[in-house]
Write a protein that binds this ligand. Structure first.
Ligand SMILES: [Zn+2]
Ligand SMILES: [Zn+2]
Length: 137
């Protein structure tokens, strides 16, 4: 299966699930080449609800956090802030030549539309903690 096909397939699956009544049990991991379903965290206030959906599957998120590369999987999370060019309407205040000096904990994956069932590549971007916080102010 080639890469582009996989991207399209995952996008299509997520798009169909999004349209079809937001079927939260069938959202596919954002990472290119991965067909696993996303992991679901049980929050006491919203058990099994839509806000409990993660962006990646458990295998990907655990591997990525441990810096382990998975064969044929391209992680979607960047090691820089995607607001570096000001797509939020303000410029990222971090020095963009120094993004790589910071741990991945500084960077968060964010749903642009805040809809946790919309796991499409365009809807999920990486932002630094500052931009992520400023976005809500
Ligand atoms: Zn995955
Ligand atoms: Zn930023």
């Amino acid at each position: 299966m080639n890469e582009l096909y996989k991207i399209k397939k995952n996008l299509l699956i997520n798009e169909i699930n999004y349209i079809n009544n937001k079927n939260k049990n069938n959202i596919i991991c954002i990472n290119i080449g991965c067909d696993n379903k996303v992991s679901i965290i049980k929050y006491p206030l919203d058990p099994g609800g839509i806000s409990s959906l993660k962006i990646e599957c458990l295998v990907c998120s655990e591997s990525r956090k441990k810096n382990i590369n998975l064969p044929n999987i391209i992680f979607h999370k960047k090691t820089y802030c995607e607001n570096k060019d000001g797509i939020f309407g303000f410029l990222c205040p971090m020095d963009n030549t120094r993004y790589s000096e910071f741990s991945s904990e500084i960077y968060h994956l964010k749903y642009l539309d805040n809809d946790h069932s919309n796991n499409s590549l365009e809807n999920i971007k990486t932002f630094c903690l500052i931009c992520n916080t400023c976005y809500y102010m």
